[in-house]
Write a protein that binds this ligand. Structure first.
Ligand SMILES: Cc1cc2nc3c(=O)[nH]c(=O)nc-3n(C[C@H](O)[C@H](O)[C@H](O)COP(=O)(O)OP(=O)(O)OC[C@H]3O[C@@H](n4cnc5c(N)ncnc54)[C@H](O)[C@@H]3O)c2cc1C
Length: 441
């Protein structure tokens, strides 16, 4: 392994991770005139096994959209967004009914993760202020000398040969946008500079693609389709190309995890989650056996910065379970809040780094609490009682002249601070027993 030390004259702004948070942050900083270096461990974002573990389709709602608008990107991207007006709840009997998200056909949208990521990267490159370095895996941080160490590998294809090099880079400001399993966070924890816990929840998930039939969608593309029967929860999002990106959720102890025989696997899923009528048996078995299983984790992190120099951003700081489809939206909102904080401090990045945790953490904690609670709601949305209460609440919202909004509405269709939503909604309220309470402004 060779060593190459890069002492740059202009101490740069360094971002670790070229995911949604890293690219959004780099773009904001570049637009403010900073020269930004983004380091990404993957070789590229196209042909890489890592990306196969990630969900293909994601829902973007008001908070993500507001960030796109703020960056001047929304108008050129909106034609690619697929609107979804509510959930389509599939019952065991085959009956399907809608639960609308808003009162007046408000929609959330599907984005393709990879495409969206590329879009943000292109926008970064267009500024001329952002450089991307692939095949750079962060390994170490020396906060005293403001140096980071990467293992670089620019040629993964030569098997059996050590093509790795160690590279040391100086930073002035360092942003850890390296996701749930953030190395930046871990190194800060190792040095006692940040207090964080990563918990792995009991849920597992696998991607299952539902292809078009005869060139057409097999389900209505303007809904999030949900089957939540017995031990399985299956959620399918339209992909804008006549197919659906599905995610099968189950707990670790679920039978589906133990069945090795394909026929038994198919029978079990058929019995427990009737989405199989929308996908060919062979295709399902092949998808199930070849797609990797992923775990769901959550981060509890009480401070996101080290002095005015290092900051954790996005999932690295506040990863949450995906049950509200708000992780990426929250990350994009966090980056926007941080970018505006820089302006508030007259362009002083260091000051913004120092004050960001206290400005934002109450909101991300509130969103995490709502995301955790939402799993229960998704499991119950096929109950008659739940459905009646959901519809009553939405009907009342419709006729309230904006005086009342449901929790979902405020989360997905407004930019109201999450902590305010939770405060009004009340952590103690059990939506399943009491119905979805209406919230006064
Ligand atoms: C099943 C599922 C469904 C979801 N659906 C939705 C949804 O519908 N809507 C929504 O809003 N959110 C959703 N989310 C959440 C969303 O995926 C995340 O919140 C979002 O991707 C976080 O972006 P990020 O850039 O912070 O982290 P990541 O996307 O994880 O990006 C981190 C980047 O850092 C790189 N990296 C990691 N370690 C290193 C290292 N040591 N050195 C260099 N680079 C490194 C990685 O390769 C990666 O490119 C979902 C999540 C899951 C699990």
């Amino acid at each position: 392994m060779g060593t190459n030390i890069d002492y740059l004259e202009n101490k740069p702004v360094v971002v670790i991770g070229a995911g949604i948070s890293g690219c959004t942050l780099a773009l904001y900083l570049a637009k403010k005139g900073y020269k930004v270096q983004v380091y990404e461990k993957r070789m590229n974002l196209i042909n890489n096994n890592e990306i196969k573990k990630r969900t293909v389709g994601m829902s973007i709602s008001e908070r993500g959209v507001t960030t796109l608008k703020d960056l001047g990107l929304y108008d050129s991207y909106k034609s690619l967004l697929v609107p979804k007006y509510g959930r389509a709840v599939h019952l065991r009997s085959g009956q399907v009914y809608p639960q609308y998200y808003g009162a007046n056909k408000e929609a959330i949208y599907t984005v393709n993760r990879k495409h969206f990521n590329f879009y943000l990267m292109d926008a970064c490159l267009e500024t001329g202020n952002v450089e991307f370095y692939y095949g750079h895996k962060l390994e170490g941080i020396n906060v005293d000398d403001k140096e980071i160490t990467f293992i670089t590998n620019t040629n993964y294809s030569i098997e059996g040969q050590d093509t790795t090099t160690e590279r040391v880079v100086k930073y002035e400001y360092l942003f850890g946008c390296d996701g749930t399993f953030s190395c930046v966070r871990q190194r800060l924890v190792d040095q006692g500079l940040v207090d964080a816990t990563l918990s792995t929840l009991d849920y597992r998930f696998k991607e299952i693609y539902i292809p078009p039939r005869n060139g057409e969608y097999v389900l209505d593309p303007n809904y999030v389709h949900i089957w939540n029967i017995a031990e399985l929860l299956f959620v399918a999002l339209p992909d804008g190309k006549k197919g659906f990106n599905g995610t099968l959720f189950y707990t670790e102890s679920c039978e589906v995890n133990k069945l090795k025989d394909n026929e038994k696997l198919f029978e079990f899923v058929q019995e427990n989650c009737q989405f199989l009528s929308f996908i060919d048996k062979e295709q399902f078995i092949s998808e199930f056996n070849s797609n990797p299983e992923s775990k769901i984790s959550e981060i509890k992190c009480t401070n996101w910065n080290f002095k005015d120099q290092v900051l954790l951003v996005g999932d690295a700081a506040h990863a949450m379970p995906p049950f509200y489809a708000m992780g990426m939206n929250t990350c994009m909102e966090s980056v926007r809040v941080f970018a505006h904080l820089i302006d508030e401090f007259g362009g002083d990045i260091g000051k913004a780094i120092t004050h960001f945790t206290e400005r934002r953490i109450g909101d991300t904690e509130a969103m995490k609490a709502m995301a955790n609670k939402n799993y229960k709601k998704l499991r119950k949305c096929h109950n008659k009682d739940f459905d009646e209460k959901w519809n009553q609440a939405h009907e009342a919202m419709k006729h309230s002249n904006g005086e009342y909004e449901t929790e979902y509405f405020q989360v997905a269709f407004t930019n109201k601070p999450f902590s305010q939503i939770v405060e009004k909604y009340g952590q103690g309220v059990d939506a399943e027993e009491n119905g979805l309470p209406l919230i006064s402004h």
